[in-house]
Design a protein around this ligand. Sequence first.
Ligand code: ADP
Ligand code: ZN
Length: 512
Amino acid sequence: MPVDPRAILQQTFGFSDFRGVQARVIDRVLAGQRTLAVMPTGAGKSLCYQLPAVALPGTCIVISPLIALMHDQLRAATAIGIRAAALTSADDNRAETIARFRAGELDLLYAAPERASGESFRALLQQAPVALFAIDEAHCVSEWGHDFRPDYRLLRPLLDAFPAVPRLALTATADAHTRADILVQLGLPDDGLIVAGFDRPNIRYAISPRQGTTQQIAGLLRDHPGPGIVYAQTRSGTEKLAAALAATGRPVRPYHAGLDPAVRARNQADFVASEDMVMVATVAFGMGIDKPDVRFVAHAGLPKSIEAYYQETGRAGRDGDPAVAHLFWGAEDFARARQRIAEVEPDRQGSERARLDALGALVETAGCRRRILLRHFGEEPGERCGNCDNCLNPPAAIDATQVARKFLSAVFRTGQMFGTGYLHDLLVGKSNERSLMNGHEGLSVFGIVGDDEAPLVRPVARALLLRDALRANPHGGLEFGPEARAILKGEATVSLIVPPKRERSRRRGGAA
Ligand code: ADP
Ligand code: ZN
């Protein structure tokens, strides 16, 4: 009996049509081919293996890295009548699941890679027909990916033990390098790569330096009355920001892994049901949450990578209506990330640094943000998208090389141990007790920056930190980084992006 995917789509899933690349991916799977599907979050990856699981005889084995994720999907699949189970340490019905698999009564069987790669799991799979191997979050197999899981590497012998069973690897987050690596690691052909469009045209991207984060995000809340997510970097940061934002009168909840599970579950359920709630969360929040009407996602600090940024901002506007993603960053985010990189194993530092540089290019650009994002995912979009901060309000770039050289010179002459505030006062010639005591008021750099240049001093310090011409020591003192030399010698210039005034951006935004 030939299977009709469209009939299953309508009868089992209740959808009238396939979306994007789903039909192409499913055709390949049903034809027994090996495939890597790179599809952004929300594009409907699960359907790509769930539908074949229903259509094909035998069980589809789904490898997934997180028990929570598995159970979310399990619930959703069971709810529409798909026969599914998971084999994890958290499931106490394992004996029953094994019996159901043996009897051919399961469409889907979820397992984590550490279990799936074991001897006993392989022996089990030999006892009943396997329809398909679906490897979810497949970027975990690559050291180039941002989320390497050594256990994923152990899956290959299992897959190779069933050479006739089709393989479907799925991921939302893979740059060109990672993709190529996934193909090799999982034994997939080059022509098995299917990439869905990454553009989310209804999301407006905006990126600004931090200047009083709470106030900036409170402004965002005022402009966007719908539900929103604010990502903070630490658990305590989450709690503090949530408390501060509650003063705006909006319902605000915190969410992080340190909260009592019952509180966490309640906050999440309330958020999903709400039409105006703001969730202040660590990146632990968002995976597997189905809330299409999130109107804004704010980052109170730098995300881990462009992939992480894309995934986190991608939780906004899944209903297709306009939504906003606003990132607030500080130079210290980059300094901290560099320190972390210095602590990882030497052979991983190169890829980590490349990841950070890609983020640097995104926040520093005076050009289109969306273009940088999409190019990162291998697409070649136009010069301007018309729906990011830089396209809507092109910033002016000014040459700040002179101020940068004065700043570096002040860093050097004071012994590379003072912070931005101290150096600023010194450069503009503002006398204080500390500089008097240190004898710094006699230096040639004292008061060398005039009134017209004074507002540039702090942005210049930020730019120098970002491009590694300056590094912050653990006490906040600034010292030279490898890029300082070229600037001092006149071989490199420093230009600053001058963001347009907020008022102006509002008026233009309103007219657009
Ligand atoms: P991903 O895993 O790629 O992030 P999901 O598989 O969770 O995405 O699907 C995202 C949402 O899209 C889900 O609510 C799902 O039910 C819905 N969806 C998937 N495919 C279709 C389709 N063909 N038509 C309508 N809705 C779909
Ligand atoms: Zn743009």
